[in-house]
Design a protein around this ligand. Structure first.
Ligand code: ZN
Length: 375
């Protein structure tokens, strides 16, 4: 177990961000006085967070998933460690650190900050600037709903929370801090959906292969399941997910009578996305009938964990699998393949060539995830 004491405001600001796991490390944030604090777990691994006051009394002890805002009661020490780690043996060295260390000047700390963190802050401030342009001084929920897509609203609330975390210790423009508060207030009823959408609801169509899965000609992606009439805009991004869409060209859509033939639509999307469509389908049914189980949408933005498997290929809705990806590698059973064939070959091919090779190209497609120069 490695104990890291984070004493300067710069060290504390970086915290556990960008660490993959906290199994071997224990972070202790040490402040000069007792005060309520807001923490934000964006970019952090799942963790246990413990807050203690100046007398060493535990005031807060919880396991948190990424992308949470946490309001801590008045505290002087905050410990972050792996979800199952016993932090108590480390308490004595933490509590014995002299808290009378001078607070570093902002400039000194900021010079040592990671560039990435600066980029994030700059981005967050830019988001807030867009809010000010759209709303003026007061954030109105109806304007917010009209002007921004749901994933953008998710990024904006993340930015607002992020800025508030830094506002105690960093000299941020006062307007940005005020706006951050009012954005979070205006969006409070939808926070879970918005934060999920900020990762899982980003646009993907322009990056995906866009050839017809039947004939290979230029195509567009057709969504299959539709939200029920009157569904709030905050959940509609779920229907714009790739797992709910198939690429079919204009010509094939007409030949297959795609827009009117519902069983055929389902065969196409089910065959293409396999267990990932099944999981989305279960979410859709449960939402429609008001029977969604309680689940943690920060850890599982797409659907409850029991709706899909544990890996992307088997339909996981976990945060690490939430970014839109083409259907390469989906675990398809013989049933899925049969559904695909049933749909693709339901009508004779006239003039255009049958789809096996075109479909194969789509199924083989993957983003180039090269990590750069191996040296
Ligand atoms: Zn086609």
């Amino acid at each position: 177990m490695r104990l890291h004491l984070l004493i300067t405001s710069g060290q504390r600001a970086l915290g556990a961000m960008f660490m993959h796991k906290l199994d071997e490390d224990l972070l202790a944030f040490i402040y000069p006085n007792d005060a309520p604090r807001t923490f934000h777990t964006a970019f952090c691994p799942p963790m246990r967070m413990v807050a203690l006051d100046g007398k060493g009394q535990v005031r807060f002890d919880q396991v948190l998933s990424p992308w949470k805002f946490v309001n801590l009661p008045a505290c002087r020490y905050v410990v972050e460690c792996g979800p199952t780690v016993d932090y108590r043996p480390c308490l004595q060295p933490i509590l014995s650190v002299s808290p009378d260390l001078p607070q570093q000047g902002m400039l000194d700390d900021s010079l040592r900050m990671d560039n990435l963190l600066f980029a994030l802050l700059a981005e967050a401030v830019a988001d807030l600037r867009r809010i000010r342009e759209a709303h003026g001084a007061e954030v109105r929920p109806e304007v917010q709903r009209k002007r921004f897509s749901v994933w953008e609203r998710g990024q904006i609330v993340s930015s607002a929370g992020f800025l508030l975390d830094f506002s105690d210790e960093w000299n941020l423009p006062e307007g940005a801090v005020k706006l951050s508060h009012s954005v979070l207030q205006a969006e409070a009823p939808y926070l879970d959906e918005l934060v999920a959408a900020s990762v899982a609801g980003v646009p993907w169509r322009h990056e995906f292969p866009s050839h017809c899965m039947r004939c290979g000609q230029p195509a567009s992606w057709h969504p299959i399941l539709k939200p029920v009439h009157g569904a709030p805009p905050e959940i509609q991004w779920r229907y714009a997910r790739p797992e709910n869409a198939v690429p079919v060209c204009h010509h094939c859509a007409e030949t297959l009578d795609l827009l009117r033939d519902e069983p055929l639509q389902l065969d196409l999307v089910w065959g293409l996305w396999g267990p990932r469509f099944e999981a989305l389908w279960r979410w859709h049914r449960a939402w429609k009938t008001g029977r969604l189980p309680d689940w943690d949408p920060c850890a599982y933005p797409l659907w409850p964990p029991q709706f899909g498997g544990t890996a992307w290929e088997s339909g996981s809705g976990a945060l690490s699998h939430a970014e839109p990806r083409p259907p390469h590698g989906v675990l398809r059973s013989e049933q899925h393949m049969a559904a695909l064939r049933r749909a693709l070959f339901s009508k004779r091919f006239r003039g255009r060539q049958p789809g096996e090779t075109q479909l194969q190209k789509l199924l083989d497609f993957q983003f180039d995830l090269s990590t750069g120069d191996p040296s």
